[in-house]
Design a protein around this ligand. Structure first.
Ligand SMILES: *[C@@H]1O[C@H](CO)[C@@H](O)[C@H](O)[C@H]1NC(C)=O
Ligand SMILES: *[C@@H]1O[C@H](CO)[C@@H](O)[C@H](O)[C@H]1NC(C)=O
Ligand SMILES: *[C@@H]1O[C@H](CO)[C@@H](O)[C@H](O)[C@H]1NC(C)=O
Ligand SMILES: *[C@@H]1O[C@H](CO)[C@@H](O)[C@H](O)[C@H]1NC(C)=O
Ligand SMILES: *[C@@H]1O[C@H](CO)[C@@H](O)[C@H](O)[C@H]1NC(C)=O
Ligand SMILES: *[C@@H]1O[C@H](CO)[C@@H](O)[C@H](O)[C@H]1NC(C)=O
Ligand SMILES: *[C@@H]1O[C@H](CO)[C@@H](O)[C@H](O)[C@H]1NC(C)=O
Ligand SMILES: *[C@@H]1O[C@H](CO)[C@@H](O)[C@H](O)[C@H]1NC(C)=O
Ligand SMILES: *[C@@H]1O[C@H](CO)[C@@H](O)[C@H](O)[C@H]1NC(C)=O
Ligand SMILES: *[C@@H]1O[C@H](CO)[C@@H](O)[C@H](O)[C@H]1NC(C)=O
Length: 829
């Protein structure tokens, strides 16, 4: 999800250009550049040294650069003022409110997400009663250009020279604070302010003997119905195993209109939801005796839990115990190294920027979703399944995020699939956008269908040993496909009317379910592709009747195709449609970057009337990944299709940062022009991505963008819910994918690779186009695509021979990628 239109509006209010906002320490880029250079000849490099966690922390990338382990539930980051849904942003005009242990990365939440239990170090030269405890009073600018982070580590220094650092385990971590010499350290801990301002009551207790503060309460969703609340708890251990001594402690309350009260020596707060509205600010305040000079830092251990205070404390004890900051950091780093080394490249011969973009992307592609196994609440309280928080949202992640996981990490993928299936077991439908442990808004319907089906078609032989029961998986799919939920805005889809009409009609009478009556065009397109996912599993399991039925339903995308609409000279566009069959015309340009009406609603708003979600009809009309051959027919044949694709990009309808556009640059493959896809992907990458904080074209969308970029750089595109990869030209001369579950490694070599081709426009005469492919010495049947079962499941050597002869390579030689209407996807592998 991402809020396109509201971003366009927000952008206008920021005067600073991204280039003036380079907050991470310049030392960070020097360190990464040096590490990449030095790794050229190393056989086992430290991949964590190539990661720049700040990519995507500007330009609304909404990436969390905080300290985390892979899929960590805890992500320690500072929280800043302004629009900062992941806590941190680079903008030096924004102030730091504190550092806190719970965050999401890459969500486009308009409210911000998590940020509970902020702690802020203070200097209170005039003592306890003068400390700046309220949000407005305590926030401070950073010391310019000192922000730093690496996998498992985060640091930021305030303009008063207090340095804050953090490192993490799955549900806990250590914070380390360095104060200017001789200053007495004060800390304010916030009970009531999370980023979305959603506090709904909670308690805080100080145990001065133990040096422990426990805190917990109820908060609301960052992207879902405001009526639901989730529980969260934290346990702050203040004494560093007895090495630090508390001086003063107490509680405080405050507001923005004069309340600023402190209770020295008081130890308990119990606040309920403020029914009249507004947030009641409150929390704890404490100070330390100044440490001896040999011990300049103050260490605070933090545990979090979604279940209870006791569990938050137990998490800190079991995961951190008495380990040092360095020990925890080393452990986190080792976990990251294990994840990042699943993809190896020829570092010495790859442009350094490509290496940095790739490993930073792979890093983010294992940062979320947040592993909250054992931390369940509500309907999931007593589940024995794995549990992941922040499936935020499946509409974003099914296209590239899970296919990337499928490439090298089936164990992790299976655990997340288990959590999706468990969602069906407990809720009746699989989650679409679980946010803050609560159901968030659905976007295209039940995109989980394309996630679990992708798992099934790629790993059905191993499903059982990976802990997945395919019958349950199939039942979950059928529930999404057949059962109309009472409220399809939070789960499932409006299948009653979709089945009846063959599309989701606009302005239809629905007497049995509710939801926001918008996005009929894009919901139909996504429902149809979800049905394709179900069809793929039906085929796998030999459910012949269901194969026929869901194949038919997967073609419902055709039912919203209005062949009469013309835009920029091109004929035929997807449109919303009344139940009587008449199309309800909307200009295909509406909600595209060429829409000059900046007040048009294009997202989830009830006033979004254009029929599409966060997209124009120009953009969504390309969407039928399972039957592009038929789209080509609808659009008037190969030549028109190619001209229309060119126009789409050249006339700026393409939105690199929007998920429905992900596959479009490779659309040329289907019209038999694979070399044009190669050109287009080079252009897309170098126009929209780089190694700066502004280096993403919008929200990372829980690493949807990161995983798309990873595939672009590897010269692959995965067709979701299938085992097919479209093949392009790698940005690196050689890479190896290790699949440690299948115990295979696959090395792909790009023969004739020329680093000169790694730029926006491939210079004429440069080898960059795919001439042919051999897989373990055998010529591959197509140079446009290959199959997971023939390549990455088998392991061995793949050689992609590149040529400078673009014209000769611009042809799939009779082996186009598959489409349903041309007999594709006819058998399960
Ligand atoms: C790597 O090895 C090559 C050839 O063996 C050498 O030319 C190059 O300088 C080495 N690079 C580094 C960074 O050591
Ligand atoms: C907080 O106060 C409410 C009543 O307002 C009471 O029911 C609850 O038990 C108290 N909780 C704690 C932890 O003190
Ligand atoms: C999630 O946490 C559980 C419990 O610690 C662990 O068994 C599992 O391997 C973790 N999975 C991932 C993907 O981090
Ligand atoms: C599929 O659609 C075709 C043509 O619309 C129809 O004849 C056939 O009965 C349908 N099959 C199923 C199983 O729905
Ligand atoms: C279908 O319904 C729409 C909206 O009520 C109306 O404008 C249109 O004329 C109808 N079409 C037919 C063929 O009746
Ligand atoms: C712009 O869009 C808004 C909201 O849909 C609409 O009310 C308004 O009439 C549009 N303005 C123009 C000039 O089309
Ligand atoms: C497009 O080109 C391919 C390959 O040459 C051909 O098989 C296909 O029939 C063409 N499609 C159309 C709609 O002409
Ligand atoms: C690497 O990226 C930086 C930041 O985007 C850019 O300034 C530089 O030109 C790039 N270098 C190369 C060799 O592409
Ligand atoms: C992979 O190797 C491990 C360790 O040797 C073994 O336990 C496991 O069964 C193997 N997995 C497969 C799919 O062969
Ligand atoms: C691939 O192309 C190269 C260069 O034209 C050629 O030498 C080689 O024999 C081809 N390989 C196959 C398997 O066709």
């Amino acid at each position: 999800m991402h809020f396109l239109r509201c971003f366009a509006a927000l952008l206008l209010t920021f005067a600073l250009s991204p280039s003036t906002i380079a907050q991470p320490s310049p030392e960070l880029q020097r360190r990464i550049t040096a590490a990449i250079k030095n790794a050229a000849n190393q056989s086992n490099p430290d991949y964590t040294a190539f990661v720049n966690p700040f990519i995507g922390t500007d330009n609304f990338g909404d990436v969390c650069p905080g300290a985390s382990i892979p899929f960590g539930m805890a992500k320690f980051s500072t929280d800043l003022t302004g629009y900062a849904p992941a806590g941190y942003i680079t903008d030096p005009n924004e102030k730091i409110r504190g550092i806190s242990p719970l965050h999401d990365s890459g969500t486009g939440s308009s409210l911000g997400t998590y940020g509970n239990f902020e702690i802020m170090p203070l200097l209170c030269p005039n003592g306890f009663n003068t400390c700046t405890t309220t949000l407005a009073a305590r926030q401070r600018f950073r010391k310019p250009n000192t922000d730093d982070a690496s996998p498992g580590y985060f640091s930021q220094t305030l303009d008063n020279n207090i340095k804050m650092e953090a490192t993490a385990t799955r549900r806990a971590g250590l914070e380390r604070f360095t104060f200017p010499v001789g200053s007495k350290p004060y800390f304010v801990l916030d009970l009531a302010n999370d980023l979305p301002n959603s506090f709904a009551g909670g308690t805080l207790d100080i145990d001065p003997g133990k040096g422990r503060i426990t805190i917990g309460g109820l908060w609301g969703s960052s992207f879902g119905p405001g009526r639901f609340n989730y529980k969260a708890f934290a346990c702050y251990d203040l004494l560093d195993g007895g090495k630090q001594k508390l001086s003063e402690y107490g509680v405080w309350t405050g507001d923005t209109v004069g309340l600023d009260a402190k209770g020295l020596g008081q130890t308990h707060l119990n606040l309920t939801l403020n029914l009249i509205g507004g947030v009641y600010q409150s929390g704890a305040l404490f100070s330390y005796d100044i440490n001896p000079p040999a011990q300049p830092n103050y260490i605070i251990r933090v545990g979090v839990s979604f279940r209870s205070i006791d569990q938050a404390c137990a998490n800190a004890e079991t995961e951190v115990g008495s380990s040092s900051f360095e020990d925890i950091h080393e452990k986190a780093k080792a976990l990251w190294q294990e994840k990042l080394s699943k993809v190896e490249i020829d570092i010495g011969n790859t442009p350094a920027n490509v290496t940095e973009m790739l490993y930073s992307s792979l890093y983010r592609a294992s940062l979320t979703p947040n592993n909250a196994t054992g931390e369940t609440q509500g309907l999931f309280e007593s589940t024995s399944s794995f549990y992941f928080d922040s499936l935020y949202c499946s509409w974003d992640t099914y296209r590239t995020f899970y296919p990337l996981l499928a490439l090298h990490s089936p164990v992790e993928f299976a655990q997340i699939v288990d959590s999706y299936i468990d969602g069906w077991r407990k809720n009746g439908w699989m989650p679409e956008c679980r946010a803050n442990n609560l159901p968030g808004w659905t976007q295209g319907g039940s995109s989980a269908d394309n996630i679990v089906s992708h798992f099934a078609v790629n790993y059905h032989n191993e499903a059982e040993s990976l802990g997945i029961n395919l019958d349950d998986l199939y039942s979950a799919l059928l529930a999404d496909g057949e059962l109309n939920p009472p409220e399809w805005n939070i789960q499932g889809r409006q299948v009653n009317v979709y089945k009846q009409y063959g599309y989701v009609p606009f302005a239809v009478l629905d007497v049995s379910s509710t939801g926001r009556q918008t996005r009929e065009g894009s919901r139909t397109l996504e429902y149809a592709f979800e049905d394709f996912g179900i069809r793929q599993v039906a085929q796998l399991l030999g459910k012949t009747d269901d194969v026929a039925k869901y194949t038919n339903r997967s073609l419902f995308f055709r039912n919203v195709w209005d062949p009469t609409v013309v835009s920029d000279g091109f004929r035929g566009f997807s449109q919303k449609r009344y139940s009587n069959g008449t199309f309800a015309f909307n200009n295909p340009v509406d909600c595209s970057p060429n829409d000059r009406n900046s007040s048009r609603a294009c997202s989830l708003q009830g006033t979004n009337v254009n029929g599409f979600y966060e997209s124009s009809s120009w953009e969504y009309s390309w969407f039928a990944p399972h039957d592009t051959a038929h789209l080509i027919e609808l659009m008037g044949g190969n030549d028109t299709f190619v001209k229309r694709l060119d126009h789409f990009f050249n006339a700026d309808y393409y939105l690199a940062g929007n998920e429905p556009s992900f596959q479009t640059p490779i659309g040329y493959h289907y019209a038999n022009h694979p070399a044009k896809s190669v050109d287009r992907v080079r252009e897309v990458v170098f126009t929209n991505f780089d190694i700066t904080p502004a280096g993403l074209p919008g929200n990372d969308d829980q690493a949807a963008m990161a995983s798309l970029l990873s595939f672009h750089l590897l010269g692959l595109y995965p067709v979701p819910s299938t085992t097919q990869f479209l093949v392009l030209s790698p940005f690196t001369p050689q890479y190896t994918i290790h699949n440690s579950f299948l115990n295979v490694s696959t090395t792909v070599t790009a023969l004739n690779y020329d680093a000169k081709s790694i730029q926006k426009t491939i210079p004429p005469g440069t080898a960059a186009y795919v001439q042919n492919i051999t897989i373990n010495g055998v010529p591959a049947p197509s140079r446009c695509h290959f199959d997971f079962y023939d390549v990455f499941r088998v392991g061995g050597d793949v050689v992609i021979t590149l040529t400078a002869d673009k014209a000769a390579a611009d042809d799939c030689q009779g082996m186009l990628p598959e489409s349903i209407s041309t007999g594709g996807f006819a058998t399960a592998r």
